[in-house]
Design a protein around this ligand. Sequence first.
Ligand SMILES: Cc1cc2nc3c(=O)[nH]c(=O)nc-3n(C[C@H](O)[C@H](O)[C@H](O)COP(=O)(O)OP(=O)(O)OC[C@H]3O[C@@H](n4cnc5c(N)ncnc54)[C@H](O)[C@@H]3O)c2cc1C
Length: 485
Amino acid sequence: MLYTIEPRQGKSYDVIVCGAGTAGVAAALAAARQGASVLLLERSFSVGGMLTEGNAGITKFTEHCKDPQQYKTEVLDVLATDPRSVQVAGGIARELCLRLIASGGAAGTHGDCGSYVFTDRYALQALLLQLLEQAGVQILYDSRVCLVNRQDGCLKSVVAVNKEGFTEFAAKCFVDATGDADTAVLAGAEYVLGADEEDLAEGGARAVGQMQPMGCMYRAEGIDYPRLFAWFEENPGFAVQSCGLMDFENVKESYRKGDMCVFCVPIDNPDPATAQQKPQVLVQIYITPSRTGAVLLSFGPTHTAYTGSGVDAAQLSAGHTAMVHGALAITELLRKNYPGFENVRVTHIPDIGVRETRHIRGVYKMTALDVISGREFADSIGCGGHHIDTDTVPDAVRRMSMEHWRFHIPYRIMLAPGIRGLLVAGRAVSATRLASGALRTTVSCMQMGEAAGTAAAMAAMQGISPEELDVQALRAVLAENGAVL
Ligand SMILES: Cc1cc2nc3c(=O)[nH]c(=O)nc-3n(C[C@H](O)[C@H](O)[C@H](O)COP(=O)(O)OP(=O)(O)OC[C@H]3O[C@@H](n4cnc5c(N)ncnc54)[C@H](O)[C@@H]3O)c2cc1C
């Protein structure tokens, strides 16, 4: 059977952003603030993607440093007096977090943005909606980009499907912020799904096609932290596992002050497939601003339940089902094993979180060496301070010991060669898996989104394609808007 689709004609815009997730909201906001007319197409009914509905932390505004004690005194404590000297990211990401911290909707560090910022479930979403509305962004929910029209190498329009059927929207410039490079791939961009030969050579993968496991940050409430901390202290044999460069003393101090804090505890591995091989797994517990709630993440062998491709509907579905069971099982084990968790209840399990699928082959491909050497680029649009967070990290990289560093994000990783009128922002940019392990973090994704949205608006207004844009002019606008370059 051959189907013919004749889409309805929708309005035309200066900029269309596909995907209202972490990078997409920043892109749409930045483009609209430049004066562009902007349509934001989103397949779900929320804005923020992994940042809001996925419960991910807003990570990381500060430079990298390996030693927890040194990180506390030389980076986090400096936030109280001289934040700009240790922060590597600004712009929209910092604007959002500062507003949330000030209103009590997020926990930061010394009233500013440190390594992690954790938010209330709806506080960030409400703020994003308010800012998008004020900037004049038109949001169309329930609208999945499924087709594109590319003429003479230039992207002219996209088709979104929703309950009304298929509608075609034209724009002068597009930002693909779908996380999976859906628009770019439909437009014919070259891409890699998971690992390729270059990743094997770099030591960032064991096999071609390897992808990071999918996963879940879920929310729970009703935790009595003072009781839990007292129990830890009464049981000195029980060593609280540190997480996010935070030791137990720092956790207690930060909790007392209402700042962001995180720690890990071990539980019996609830995954029967791997329990024999590894009987215990660690659960990361990020304390939310309510001070009785947590965002929880389990890692370790339970991940095997979620290996698979995030662009394969059957594997996504199987992963999601396993994840719901896993979150409930983990919570039950916490209740049984730890004082303070007696009244815990799960309040939100999101759609399964996808860490990695397609990476476009961009004009430039960022590498692990670019990240760990802090290589500077003439076309840098922002900086990051996250470590390389992937499933396969070579020992040489793991052992790398630099006191403080930041990495730089080149504009060219967002451009797909041969496709005019398009930028890609978020976790699908052009990078090796190892580099991607640092770039995929939420603050970096927002910075790429802000840069892509600003560039798209500037290109649309000048009647040129993003690859023809004067990148130094773009950098000047980003710096004016608070980016750290
Ligand atoms: C379990 C888990 C925990 C994590 N924890 C952290 C953390 O604590 N800190 C941190 O910094 N990072 C964390 N990350 C990584 C980080 O959250 C993501 O890499 C980042 O948020 C990705 O941003 P993005 O904009 O590329 O994608 P997303 O935020 O996923 O946004 C993509 C958006 O596009 C929409 N969309 C997709 N396809 C289409 C389409 N065809 N048409 C229209 N809309 C579409 C989606 O609905 C979504 O809203 C975590 C990731 C996972 C999976």
